[in-house]
Design a binder for this molecule. Structure first.
Ligand SMILES: *Cc1c(COP(=O)(O)O)cnc(C)c1O
Length: 357
């Protein structure tokens, strides 16, 4: 019997291969370098393991969201590797970690002006989320003096609808980005996220910023996933019980056995990121066979109908994420996206990192 917790397996070799495939793809469409988004603990997979694997594969530009995330990964990298903080931070807050701020507002630019530091400038071209507004970009183009005394490494923008090929907003963003860069002081560009790398040469830039595809999520929803799977998740059966027809299972009695049934109770629940919205919808796997999830997912436990699988006993591992049962598949069943499934993966799993060969 295992120690009672689930097992999350992360294939660092697949992460490295996925990153290299994206790098080669970007170069093939006329782009320059390719970095990696490792925010939110490398999309929930563990930045402490993922960042060294990416660095070993040749990745020299990392993107985090928070200052603290950047501080945490700096010791894993050489000073030659750029760690850009998408949400920005104030001068001095990075101490001697030499993080690179992303400047999102005129106030950010003013704060860093004259510091002599490297910085990225983020302009909004159609997302209305973060970055200089069109009016602020226009004002900066008219008077670029606030950029004096800092080293503008890149001008970046972020695609809002890259995962929907043919969405008119992507082409509009490409056009607005090119027009804004032509009016701003010269600097290399940073444009495509994962899905943007599948939209064609108009989305090439000096530095691409893929995230999800590195971790095996499908950057081309609706088409087959070109990336290698990275994550497997399995959790142990704690109990198996025989119930007569008519017996309800779980909170709310939402599922009632129609026949004499065997129910396996597994040690993973919504507190582990096995989303409650999967209740009554998902399947688990054992020896390649599908097991219907029955009743509600609860905080620590989930129940599966194993009536047709007499070999399943306490201690058996039920696969929750794996080949043919991807994080994207679970997300579709739960009405969300694979990003949310990965970043929700809980802290209670044992984690097994398969090193790159
Ligand atoms: C998260 C993020 C990325 C990576 O996006 P993916 O869709 O995961 O490839 C790139 N750029 C910015 C600004 C981001 O916030």
């Amino acid at each position: 019997m295992p120690d009672g917790s689930g097992l999350l397996t992360v294939d660092l070799g697949a992460i490295a291969e996925n990153w290299k495939a994206l790098r080669d793809r970007h170069a093939g469409m006329g782009g320059g370098e390719t970095g990696a988004a490792v925010k939110a603990d490398a999309y929930g997979l563990g930045a402490a393991a993922v960042v060294p694997a990416l660095a070993a594969a040749g990745c020299r530009h990392l993107f985090v969201a928070h200052l603290a995330e950047g501080m945490a990964i700096r010791p894993l990298l050489g000073q030659g590797q750029m760690i850009a903080v998408l949400n920005g931070f104030r001068p001095g807050e990075d101490e001697d970690a030499a993080l690179t701020p992303v400047l999102n507002t005129p106030g950010d630019i003013a704060a860093w002006s004259g510091t002599g530091r490297d910085a990225l400038l983020h302009i909004d071209t159609g997302m209305a989320r973060l970055g200089l507004t069109p009016a602020e970009t226009e004002a900066l183009a008219g008077d670029p003096s606030p950029l004096r005394g800092l080293n503008l490494r890149l001008i970046m923008t972020h695609l809002a609808a890259a995962d929907a090929p043919g969405h008119p907003l992507s082409a509009e963003q490409a056009a607005r980005f090119a027009a804004a860069r032509a009016r701003l002081p010269a600097a290399p560009s940073s444009f495509a996220n994962s899905s943007g790398l599948f939209l064609g040469p108009d989305y090439a830039s000096a530095l691409a910023r893929p995230g999800c595809a590195i971790y095996g999520l499908n950057p081309t929803p609706g088409a087959p996933n070109p990336m290698r799977p990275v994550v497997r998740l399995a959790a142990p059966v704690l109990q198996v019980r025989e119930i007569p027809a008519g017996t309800p299972v779980g909170y709310g009695a939402t599922w009632v056995a129609e026949r004499p049934s065997r129910i396996a109770t597994v040690a993973a629940g919504y507190a582990d990121g096995y989303l409650r919205a999967l209740s009554g919808r998902a399947t688990g796997r054992h020896n390649g066979q599908d097991l219907p999830l029955v009743g509600r997912v609860s905080m620590d436990l989930t129940t599966f109908d194993v009536t047709d699988h007499p070999g399943i006993a306490p201690g058996a591992m039920i696969e929750l994420i794996g080949p043919g049962l991807s994080a994207d598949d679970l997300a579709a069943l739960a009405g969300t996206i694979g990003y949310e499934v990965l970043t929700s993966l809980g802290a209670r799993y044992r984690r097994d990192y398969k090193q790159a060969a």
